[in-house]
Design a protein around this ligand. Structure first.
Ligand code: 5GP
Ligand code: ZN
Length: 129
């Protein structure tokens, strides 16, 4: 299947992994909205959280663990947890994913979520693993 995130799970495309278990995989977003912006995805292919009754629950534990990791290791005060489902929502990769976006008290609020920071992904990754 020609799916970018399936290729990342298979290791055919490199990624900066921050979490993995039997059913879930998490890695740094290549164009982070905030420092530490992470994507949590199911290992099995699934299009989005509305097309698949089970998938959000299947990866829920991984979303929670990644969110706590970002708070603990990066000192985030909070996280936005977002899943785009369908093209009009802004979904560009059609393999289910949950954005876990660290947020900091000096830049609060939903309106500031998409800051598109220039973070050094290697440095952030080293902090998380
Ligand atoms: P969407 O817009 O579908 O909700 O989010 C897709 C996300 O995947 C975007 O935030 C985008 O930056 C990220 N992304 C796209 N291609 C790659 C890639 O090759 N590697 C990584 N790590 N992230 C990617
Ligand atoms: Zn896929």
């Amino acid at each position: 299947m020609d799916c970018l995130f399936c290729k990342i799970i298979a290791g055919d495309i490199p990624s900066k992994k921050v979490y993995e278990d039997d059913v879930a995989f998490a890695f740094l977003d290549i164009s982070p909205w905030q420092k530490g912006h992470t994507l949590v995805i199911p290992k099995r292919h699934s299009v989005d959280v509305l097309e698949d009754d089970e998938v959000l629950a299947e990866i829920g534990h991984a979303v929670a663990r990644v969110g706590r990791l970002l708070k603990d290791k990066l000192g985030a005060d909070a996280c936005n947890v977002v899943s785009n489902a369908g093209g009009a929502s802004g979904q560009e990769v059609f393999h289910t994913h949950v954005h876990v976006i660290p947020r900091f008290a000096d830049n609060p609020g939903i309106g500031n979520m998409r800051a598109e920071v220039t973070a050094d992904l290697d440095e952030v990754h080293q902090t998380l693993v």
